[in-house]
Design a binder for this molecule. Structure first.
Ligand SMILES: [Zn+2]
Ligand SMILES: [Zn+2]
Length: 402
């Protein structure tokens, strides 16, 4: 069935118009021949534009009217034409490459319903899990993890962490891998939980709502902070006035050195188009270095190894993939060689340490940053010069770090 005929075709019967369409689709017919045969008053290249849409057997899912489709263009590579409803404006894209949504009222309503339904499922699945644990009841390690996440988060709130990555807010500092690792530690202890306010787009389509992209999720912080604690955290006095065991401090000191050095190493490699490939053995050996050399020597080694390896690639001495596979273990190997051959291991500048490590040294250990020139040990902790906070008058002094 054919509808709304152009005046230049009005002198023809419905069957004739069908013939014209089938001749148009068959390239053996010249357009000029079709036009003269049916006495159509138009230039050949204008013929396509006046051909009527074809009414299909299918009906519109929203209003039930028959759907229409324009005749396919003669050009060799043209897509199939879209199917549409002349009554309500609904469009079904024919090209699988089109990701545009149909914006008709029916489709908008349908999408809104699906979204509302999903939101309800999410809010039932991710209920608020605050179990009234006080911040001071957490271990030092947990407190620091949470505190650093809060300070690096755009929300700067003690109740919510906005997404690590978000189309609207951008991306907050730190690497995704490390942040996700930290999220997982805190999620496991229910210190944070995925918020029911997380955007629908953060959830996996297939494993909805169970699986969520942690980089795009919003988190509720399930811990209570008293005003007094918030003030002490803001003043950088909270961690200082507490008594922690030397063993705990030493363990965390090494952990923050490890995280910072890895972060630096990864960035150095990335700058040269390489990446860090971690094997368990190389990781063990790298950690052992923290007991053998200072932080500033360790980060110097990372720099030196990166430089040597990228030079080796540039001069075709080593293959790229080989370098990626072995970069991590090269750090401890370089150290062994240095010892064997009596080379000096130089020092990088401790001022370039990352924010978390700096904060830890100053406000948890209460020491001067130059302690990064020492190999971590309890004896150093006891004897090293204390950090004197020169106390600029800005209220939120942690901002110097974050
Ligand atoms: Zn319709
Ligand atoms: Zn539609």
């Amino acid at each position: 069935m054919i509808k709304s005929i152009d005046t230049r075709l009005a002198h023809l019967s419905e069957n004739q118009i069908k013939e014209i369409i089938s001749k148009y689709l068959n390239k053996e017919y010249k357009l000029s021949d079709i036009i003269s045969e049916y006495k159509i008053d138009i230039a050949p290249k204008g013929l396509y534009n006046i051909l009527p849409s074809i009414t299909l057997d299918m009906v519109c899912e929203h209003c039930g009217n028959h759907l229409l489709q324009k005749v396919k263009k003669r050009t060799q590579y043209s897509d199939k034409e879209d199917i549409y409803c002349a009554n309500c404006g609904h469009i079904m894209k024919s090209s699988k490459w089109s990701f545009e949504y149909c914006k008709c009222i029916g489709c908008n309503t349908k999408r809104r319903k699906v979204e509302e339904n999903k939101k309800e499922i999410i809010s039932k699945y991710y209920v608020n899990k605050n179990n009234n644990v006080e911040f001071k009841e957490l271990t030092l390690k947990e407190q620091l993890l949470l505190f650093f996440l809060i300070k690096k988060n755009v929300a700067n709130s003690f109740t919510v962490l906005l997404p690590f990555y978000d189309e609207d807010y951008g991306r907050f500092s730190g690497t995704a891998d490390e942040t996700i690792e930290n999220y997982n530690i805190l999620l496991e202890k229910n210190i944070i939980s995925v918020s029911p306010r997380t955007k629908i787009s953060a959830f996996d389509v297939e494993e909805f709502p169970k699986k969520v992209d942690l980089c795009r999720a919003t988190f509720d912080i399930n811990i209570n902070f008293t005003d007094e604690i918030i003030k002490a955290l803001d003043d950088n006095t909270y961690f200082k006035i507490r008594n922690y065991s030397d063993e705990d401090l030493l363990e965390l000191w090494k952990e923050y050195i490890y995280k910072d050095a890895i972060d630096k190493f990864e960035k150095l490699l990335e700058e040269r188009g390489l990446r860090l490939y971690k094997t368990e053995e190389a990781d063990e050996n790298f950690k052992k270095l923290i007991d053998k050399i200072s932080y500033v020597q360790l980060t110097y080694l990372c720099y030196k190894v990166t430089k040597n390896l990228s030079d080796d690639i540039a001069s075709h001495k080593k293959k790229r993939q080989y370098v990626i596979d072995t970069a991590y273990e090269s750090v401890s190997r370089y150290y062994e060689n240095a010892i064997r051959l009596d080379w000096d291991v130089f020092e990088s500048n401790y001022k370039f340490a990352g924010d978390n490590l700096k904060y830890f040294i100053h406000y948890v250990l209460g020491k001067d940053l130059s302690i990064l020139k020492e190999i971590p040990a309890i004896s150093i902790l006891e004897n090293y010069e204390a950090f004197v906070d020169k106390g600029d008058n800005r209220k939120n002094r942690y901002k110097r770090f974050f």
